[in-house]
Design a protein around this ligand. Structure first.
Ligand SMILES: [Zn+2]
Length: 283
């Protein structure tokens, strides 16, 4: 999306967050209270129809570029699977004050929401970074804990951005089309820590999806919540292929570099991962 206003209504955004929570549950990436979702909207939205209570909150990450923006954020301990039926009872909305240090939290008194997820700092940092640098009117973030890719993050062979992307982008031609910059890798850091917040922000400048070792993934999109989910699905499906290949003694080749180069050339994708001269090697 490149237009200056978000065409989606609050109802649309809540429905898409619900669909995202359901999808992450379907792929076993959101057990119990695992995972969280946020959406940052530049356009003012009428929150009074959905939320009946407000209170002032301090922000866990300074976000001056988000002044006046509304950030929808799922609640601490809330289940992503509950978002599809009762989004407004499992998330809150923070309208950020000038200066970006505090905001007005809107929430439903009869819901499950008591406070934003402990990962709110990571969400805010990425929204702040992209809105500040790129002026985005809409930005969505999904954190989930998919089984196979998180398992692989425990295996030394996959513990770098280069190795992870090299291994996982070879299973389906569309993976490199949707994740041309590959998958960012971060070593284990304590959830909610300043260290993770900063490293995550830096990796999501150059990637659309980052793997937090021994924890899960975070994906971002300026198009839609479900587009962020799609990135998680592509990465998790690739990790499942990788897992299955390990189970059969690593007998599958996956796409060769030359085949990936043909995909990249055909779709006009710019990817630092596949030199297009690889195609000549094949001939
Ligand atoms: Zn988590």
């Amino acid at each position: 999306m490149t237009n200056s206003s978000c065409p989606e209504t609050l109802e649309d955004v809540l429905a898409s967050i619900g669909a995202a929570g359901q999808r992450m549950t379907e792929i076993d990436a959101a057990e119990a209270g695992a995972g969280n979702i946020s959406v940052c909207l530049e356009q003012p939205v009428d929150l009074s129809a959905v939320f009946d209570a407000t209170r002032e909150v301090l922000l866990p990450y300074p976000s001056p570029a988000l002044a006046g923006h509304t950030v929808l954020i799922t609640g601490s301990g809330c289940r992503l699977r509950s978002l599809v039926t009762d989004p407004e009872r499992n998330l809150g909305a923070v309208v950020i004050h000038d200066g970006g240090m505090a905001g007005m939290l809107h929430y439903a008194t009869r819901g499950e929401f008591s406070r934003p997820t402990v990962e709110f700092n990571s969400h805010l940092a990425v929204h702040e970074d992209h809105v500040h640098r790129r002026g985005l009117p809409f930005h969505a973030i999904v954190h989930a804990q998919p089984l196979h890719i998180t398992l692989l993050s425990n295996v030394p062979d996959y513990q770098s951005t280069g190795a992870l992307s090299d291994r996982l982008l070879r299973w389906q031609a569309e993976t490199i089309v949707h994740l041309p910059e590959g998958i960012g890798y971060l070593p284990f850091m304590v959830p909610g820590s300043d260290e993770l917040t900063h490293a995550n922000l830096v990796s999501l400048r150059t990637h659309q999806l980052v793997l937090w070792a021994k924890h899960g993934v975070m994906a971002r999109s300026e198009a839609s919540v479900l587009a962020a989910c799609d990135r998680i699905e592509y990465a998790e499906t690739a990790a499942r292929y990788e897992y299955l290949n390990l189970a059969i003694g690593s007998r599958a080749t996956g796409l060769t570099n030359a085949e990936l180069a043909r995909v990249v050339r055909t779709f006009g994708i710019e990817s630092p991962l596949v030199p297009v001269h690889e195609e000549r090697v094949e001939r």
